[in-house]
Design a protein around this ligand. Sequence first.
Ligand code: GDP
Ligand code: MG
Length: 162
Amino acid sequence: LLQDHQLHAAELERTFIAIKPDGVQRGLIAEIVSRFERKGFKLVAIKIVVPSKEFAQKHYHDLKERPFFNGLCDFLSSGPVVAMVWEGEGVIKYGRKLIGATDPQKSEPGTIRGDLAVAVGRNIIHGSDGPETAKDEIALWFRPIELVSYTSNAEKWIYEVN
Ligand code: GDP
Ligand code: MG
C-alpha cells in the first residue's frame, strides 16, 4: 500500500513530452495524448508553439556536436509543436517506454514510434531521458504558472491508496 507521502512523491514526478511538427502535421496529437492519458498519467501543462531555431538549439544543446544537429533544429522549428508536461509515478522512464526507441525501425510494435513512425529524423515525439533533463526541459518550455497542480478524480483508482 502506498503511504500518503509516497503518493505525493509519485505525483511530483514530471516529464516533458513534445509532439514534433511531423506528429502534428500527420494528425497524431489526440492519438499520442490518448496513450499517456489511458496509461494513467496526468496532463499538467499543454500548449502549441512554433519554436524558433535558437530555441530548438537550446532544447537539443546536448546534441550540438552530432552531424544531424542542424537539420534536427531546422525541423523542430519548422512548424507547430505540442509541448506537454505529464505527471505520475515513474512517468519519466515509462514515458520513454511508451515512446519507443529513437530509431522507429528499432522501436517495438505497441510503442508510439513503433506503431506510427518509420524514419529516425521523423520520429514524431520527444520525451525527457532522465530526471535532470526533465527538470531542465520543463523549465525551458514552460513558466511555472503554466503548470497546473490538481487532483484527478481517477487517482484513487490508479494508485493504491485509500
Ligand atoms: P531521443 O531522446 O530518442 O529523441 O533521441 P536523441 O536524444 O538521441 O536524439 C534526438 C532526436 O534527434 C531524435 O529523436 C531524432 O529525431 C534525431 N536523431 C537522433 N539520431 C539521429 C540520426 O542518426 N539521424 C537523424 N537524421 N536524426 C537523428
Ligand atoms: Mg533525447
